[in-house]
Design a binder for this molecule. Structure first.
Ligand SMILES: NC(=O)c1ccc[n+]([C@@H]2O[C@H](COP(=O)([O-])OP(=O)(O)OC[C@H]3O[C@@H](n4cnc5c(N)ncnc54)[C@H](O)[C@@H]3O)[C@@H](O)[C@H]2O)c1
Length: 394
């Protein structure tokens, strides 16, 4: 038997190779920026980013944001693109009356952003986008969301919120390369609390929805639970309280009230306005979702809330005070059926396990929101113009 000996070549790295390795190490340790790494290595910044991504030194998530042209979804898109310099965001949205590409206008030329018009029920298109964009994370905001509309006609609510969620779960099941699917839901699935009741819902409380909207959302959430149990799909469900902030459709309470007052019209309130909600500034919600997306546990459910409970009348009076109007500049209209008295969530789980907590007080949040609507009257007018039927559902 002959033994072949292959002489080992000495590992002599070129000065260029050495500089690139050094730059990579310093960059990865967080000591220098990509520009500084580019200066050290002598490699152009974009090319260096590509090299670092290829070598796994830069983590680049490719996130499909379903319903990303809506209120919370678009805020989430802005948040991710701003916070993470390398993440890719792909929006998939049907553009219903609630979807608005204007919400994404400021990112439309960002090379890390792309938009596809599509329905979450349509699995073929969904799969095409997932394959083409090499998606590894999905966050689903796509839903029919307006309670009053659900009382006038529930078909679309069941179709999108239940069948659409099923379609997403089946799609995630088909692609093991998808690392996580965060499905956004609402506090309304737990049902109603009495005004004086000293209780906030926990994640394992039973669902007791009272209107078609929350029943349809509960349906989607239950499917997520079953798909985790039966097929080990990496899904997380979140339940959040009322959001407010930029880009919220003017049919919802806060923007509607603001816009009416700005146009010298009284705020309209259902019933006596004693209904209590917990009000979370939308950016705090986006931060919570981002934390869950990166650090949450598959199969878990997380409540998200501000612990800022105010009645609808309190909110109206706050807006009137901030806009310098009398506190009785309000018209009371008939209450809507199934108008739950109070929602409240316990958020001990997310605060303890993921160290998330809300950062924006209701006072600050409402001022930021007023400022945004005052600076974006054109946005509101265009949204109202596009949705002529809106006043019917307020
Ligand atoms: N707004 C709140 O206060 C609040 C509170 C708690 C939970 N949530 C939940 O957060 C999510 C987002 O709420 P939002 O207020 O941003 O809603 P929104 O109505 O502003 O936006 C929904 C988006 O989904 C899109 N969409 C609807 N049906 C679709 C379909 N079949 N396929 C693809 N896209 C579709 C719409 O075009 C729109 O862009 C919802 O799941 C809602 O239940 C909202």
């Amino acid at each position: 038997m002959t033994l072949e000996i292959t002489p080992m070549r000495p590992q002599i790295s070129s000065p260029a190779h050495y500089r690139t390795t050094l730059a990579g190490r310093l960059f990865q340790a967080g000591h220098i920026s990509i520009q500084e790494a580019s200066d050290i290595s002598g490699i152009e910044e974009r090319r260096l980013e590509e090299i670092f991504i290829e070598k796994g030194m830069i983590r680049q998530n490719r996130i499909l944001v379903c319903g990303g042209a809506g209120f919370i979804g678009s805020n989430f898109v802005h948040y991710i693109l701003e916070k993470y310099p390398y993440d890719i965001v792909v929006v998939y949205d049907k553009l219903t009356y609630a979807g608005n590409k204007d919400n994404l206008r400021s990112v439309q030329n960002n090379p890390r952003y792309s938009f596809y018009q599509g329905d979450i029920v349509d699995r073929k298109t969904l799969e095409m986008v997932i394959e083409k964009e090499h998606i590894d994370y999905i966050v689903n905001f796509a839903a029919e969301t307006h309670v009053t509309r659900s009382l006038y006609g529930s078909d679309e609510f069941l179709r999108t919120n239940i069948i659409g969620t099923h379609s997403l779960l089946e799609t995630v099941r088909k692609y093991p390369s998808i690392k996580r699917f965060v499905h956004i839901s609402t506090d309304e699935v737990y049902g109603m609390l009495q005004l004086q009741e000293d209780y906030s819902f926990f994640e394992d409380d039973p669902f007791k929805p009272n209107v078609p909207y929350s029943a349809a959302k509960a349906g989607g959430d239950l499917l997520a639970r079953a798909w985790r149990h039966s097929y080990n799909v990496p899904v997380i469900v979140t339940h959040c309280t009322n959001n407010y902030g930029p880009f919220q459709h003017p049919e919802k309470l806060i923007p509607n009230s603001l816009f009416r007052v700005l146009n010298n019209k009284p705020i309209t309130i259902h019933g006596n306005g004693q209904h209590v909600r917990d009000w979370l500034f939308v950016t705090d919600h986006c931060k919570a979702i981002d934390t869950i997306l990166r650090n949450g546990e598959d199969g878990e459910v997380y409540n998200i809330a501000a612990q800022a409970e105010y009645s609808v009348l309190d909110v109206a009076r706050k807006i009137l005070r901030l806009l310098g109007k009398k506190s009785n500049f309000i018209t009371f209209i008939d209450d809507r059926p199934g108008n739950d008295l109070r929602y409240s969530l316990n958020t001990g789980k997310i605060q303890k396990s993921l160290k998330w907590k809300p950062e924006v007080s209701f006072e600050d949040g409402i001022q930021k929101t007023i400022q945004w609507y005052e600076n974006n009257t054109k946005w509101v007018e265009t949204t109202q113009e596009k949705d002529k039927e809106m006043s019917r559902y307020i």
